[in-house]
Structures are given as C-alpha cells and as structure tokens.
Ligand binder design. Sequence first.
Ligand code: NAP
Length: 284
Amino acid sequence: MKNEIVLNNGLKMPMLGFGVFQIPDFDDCKQAVLTALKQGYRLIDTAAAYGNERAVGAAIRESGIMRSEIFVTTKLWIQDAGYEQTRLVIQDSLDRLGLEYIDLYLVHQPLGDIYGSWRAMEAAYHDGKLKSLGVANFENDRLQDLMMHNEVKPVVDQIELHPFYQQPQRVQWLLDNDIVPEAWGPFAEGKKGVFSNPVINEIATAHGKTNGQVILKWFNQRNIVVIPKSVHKARIIENAQISDFKLTQDEMQRMADLDEGNSLFGSIHDPEAVKQLGNFKFKY
Ligand code: NAP
C-alpha cells in the first residue's frame, strides 16, 4: 500500500485523506476530524466555502499531533478570485485554521479572475504561507494554460472521480504531466447504490472487505489521492483499513468497466451551472 506521494515540488502528500464537505456544524466537524486524526488520517481537506475551517483547526490543536505530521488543504472560492482579494483571504483562512501555513491551497473552481488569484497564491507560496499550490475542477486545457503563463506549477488537480465517472484520459494527462489527480466524491456521495453495487460487492466479498474499501484501494493502486468523507466513527475507521489487501488486474479491469462517462454533479461547461456557482456567495 502506497501511503504517500511525492508532489512535483518535492513535498510529500498522504494518499488517503479525510474530506469535510457538508459538515457545517462546528462540533460535528471538529469531532469527525478528531476521530479521523485518531484513526491515522493525516490529510484533511477543507475549503473556505465549506464554512468549517475553524472546526478543522480546533480539531488539529486538540489532537495533540505535531503540525508537521498533518497535511492541510483548503480552497479559494470564486467570490474571492482576483489578486487583492485572494491575498486577503489566504490570511483569513490561516487565521480561521489557526495555522502558520497551509500545505496545499487550491483554486476551488476554474471561474472568475483565477490568474490574479494564482499570482497572489505565488506570492504567499514564496512567503512560506502556502507550501504548495493546486487547482480543483480544472480541465486539462485550462491547466495547461495556467502552467504556461505562470511561474509555480500546480501540484494537484482535485476532480470528480468515482466508479461511475472515471475520466481516464484526463487522469492519464495529469499523471503524464506530474500533477497528482485527487478524487473528490470517491463514493459518488452514495449515489447510484455505490455501496451495494453487485460488481464491487463481489470483489469486496472475495477480499473480506466492503464496497467502500474496494473503491478506495482501487484509487490507491492507480496513484490517485482520495479524500472520503464520513461523520460516522465506524465508517471513518472502515475507510482507513485498506492496507491489508490488493486488487488483482482482473478486479481493476472490472472496476474500470463500471465507468458510465458522465458527471453526477453537473458540468462546468453548462452556462447555468457556471451562473449558479458564480452566484454562490457565503459570509464567513
Ligand atoms: P464522498 O466521500 O463520495 O461520499 C460521502 C458520503 O458517503 C456521505 O454521505 C457518507 O455518509 C457516506 N459514506 C462514507 N463512508 C461510507 C462507508 N464506508 N459506508 C457507507 N457510507 C459511507 O463525497 P464528498 O464528501 O462529496 O467527497 C469527499 C471530499 O471531497 C469532500 O468531503 C470534500 O473534501 C471534497 N470535495 C471537493 C469538491 C471540489 O469541488 N473540489 C467537491 C466535492 C467534494 P456519512 O457522512 O453519513 O457517514
């Protein structure tokens, strides 16, 4: 089992992390992150737009684990795109997290003045406030453009990936360009009966594992970082127990065959979706 991956800037990133999307309540989020840290997760994925950076920071402090042992990702939302605003909100995220640096800072969506944002992120990178820079939801062409016209190369593209939407060419391009693919929604947020899918279940039964564990292992064996979310202790534990088995080539192929080729969460190429995302604004 590969536990860490080396990013293109030399930093090491855990291959299995813990996501905190849709855990808005402070106590719930803090408890979930504390449980995850106790169970050995060392990557926490939050975002300004999730409204729970304070809870993540509180859990990190309460865990007693050394800061250097934990890899923290947060993200810049569209409302804060542009050079000046990004400079301000990087500090705001640091303050809410109560941290002196962020391990990975992502442009959350490829929308708004992302070039201004990237330059502000580069400045914070050179100041040591951000240890690495990345993006989320960027198509390969947008990522190529971003790389060509800026100095610091993104280390990660965090994109929708699960058994029903696998985007193999997109993932291969990232791997070929030394950018780590990171799967969001690895369980398709439970859609399409993923936890009882018969193909995954047959593979899971053969290894004495659950569908969730097979999915996470299938990502790990392809060098894709994964950040499942759960608020339930038993599931947080279950999702971390994937080091004691290996999927065969045939099983990997059967997982690949589940791809249906369509996003389950909407397309960034749909003007209505772009409008909805651009209109989503939050107060800290
Ligand atoms: P997900 O991890 O695919 O699915 C989470 C759902 O699965 C929750 O309903 C959870 O329920 C359930 N679950 C988790 N483990 C389970 C298990 N072992 N058995 C049965 N059910 C289980 O969805 P996600 O939260 O959207 O994605 C993961 C992370 O990716 C997020 O938390 C966030 O950090 C990141 N993300 C990023 C973006 C982006 O645009 N960059 C978008 C979406 C998500 P319970 O919580 O009730 O256990």
